[in-house]
Design a protein around this ligand. Structure first.
Ligand code: GMT
Length: 376
């Protein structure tokens, strides 16, 4: 098939997922065209079946807000016609679903061909941004006009149905992980550099937005560190980072906490880690938690959104109510102070992640595409 993928090209979960999906489809022989405003971060290898089309948004003094959606729609029209695409798959509804709808109408008018589009809902496009009155009518319309709708967890499907008047079936297709990539042996020298005395290593990775509650990570860490020697790795960057760094300095923990910034080789960091902490206010899925499990790292997560669908209490890690630092720290200590138990949960976390392996999930998307287009 010839598939167009639209996504945000950043480190965010939806962009990562869309890019990994495109790469996997290309490996299976499909032609994949990424249409984004920048080359996606995980699009870092050559594959003859992958094409990248940059959306250029011309500047004009009149535009206080350059119209990205129009530029995207026009680029979609051009790419669909020029490369005879069979289907568009847009990730994150805003503004990708409405841009795809617009492109579909124009292509139909120009060529008589109706090119289907699939919209995958990822989370904040529904639970935060999409709900806003400013966007809601367009979001509802363009989701309903999608030829297929998918959500990355049952929770996100339920949230969507609760807040939007959706007339179509929403298929739940869980996010996936490339197990082979994350099944890495720890690099001893790296582990020694981070934890020279064999301290336990806690890790967090996110875009440091408010919804991630990154300061809770440092609060949990501070409590755990009172009892056992440990280090904390904070991966990623974003608006809450300065506040978090300040808090760490105030507590005098700067020698035990490293802010590592955005990292492409997250699997190397996970390979030396003992516990992944994700205390978010909401997560539709929590792709970073799944990547941790794939790397044999148990997950300590809040009990919200799709997180309890992937992180199983006492099996792959532990859950706590949002903001309940005490319980989270207690559960972390229970795990980290018993070496045999820790190893057991590490093994179970990895085993659980196997059911989300890329090789199992990609065929579900192919089957979905097959509803509209014949596989060639
Ligand atoms: O979490 C973010 O702020 C980024 C956001 C995105 O759109 O990239 O992540 C959402 O999509 C991911 C991939 O499906 C999910 O794993 C995240 O849980 C989801 N984030 C939220 O729901 C807050």
């Amino acid at each position: 098939m010839r598939i167009g993928i639209v996504c945000y090209p950043t480190f965010g979960g939806s962009g990562v997922l869309a890019t990994e999906l495109g790469k996997a489809l290309a490996t299976k022989g499909h032609d994949v065209h990424f249409i984004t405003y920048r080359q996606p971060v995980r699009l870092n290898e050559f594959n003859a079946n992958i094409f990248y089309h940059e959306v250029r948004v011309p500047e004009y003094p009149l535009f206080e807000y350059p119209p990205y959606e129009l530029a995207l729609s026009s680029t979609l029209v051009d790419v669909i016609i020029r490369h005879d695409l069979d289907l568009l798959h847009v990730h994150y509804a805003i503004p990708h679903a409405s841009a795809a709808y617009m492109a579909k109408q124009i292509v139909k008018e120009k060529t008589g061909r109706s090119v289907p589009f699939v919209t995958t809902l990822h989370g904040t496009d529904i639970t935060l941004v999409g709900k806003d009155k400013t966007y809601e009518p367009v979001v509802t319309f363009s989701i309903n006009e999608s030829d297929a709708i998918t959500a990355v967890s049952n929770n996100l499907k339920e949230e969507t149905l609760k807040f939007f008047s959706i007339k179509k079936e929403i298929d739940v297709i869980y996010n996936f992980v490339d197990i082979d990539r994350f099944n890495k042996k720890p690099i001893d020298a790296f582990k020694k550099a981070v934890a020279p005395k064999g301290e336990k290593i806690l890790v967090h990775a996110s875009n440091f937005r408010k919804i991630k509650r990154v300061c809770d990570v440092t609060k949990i860490f501070a409590k755990v560190r009172e009892e056992i020697p440990c280090k904390l790795l904070m991966v990623g960057d974003g608006p809450e980072r300065p506040k978090c760094e300040e808090y760490i300095n105030k507590l005098g923990l700067e020698n035990d906490v490293r802010f590592m910034g955005k990292q492409e080789q997250i699997e190397e960091i996970l390979a030396i880690s003992d516990l992944f902490v994700i205390p978010s206010e909401y997560e539709s899925f929590g792709l970073a938690a799944l990547e941790a499990m794939a790397a044999h790292v148990p997950v300590l997560s809040s009990n919200v959104g799709g997180l309890p669908e992937i992180n199983i209490e006492g099996e792959t890690g532990f859950l706590f109510e949002v903001g309940d630092i005490e319980t989270a720290a207690k559960k972390a200590l229970h795990l980290l102070s018993d070496e045999v138990y820790l190893q057991k949960i590490k093994d179970q976390a990895h085993k659980h992640a196997l059911q989300f392996d890329i090789k199992k999930i990609i065929p579900l998307y192919e089957k979905l595409y097959g509803r509209f287009c014949r596989m060639q």
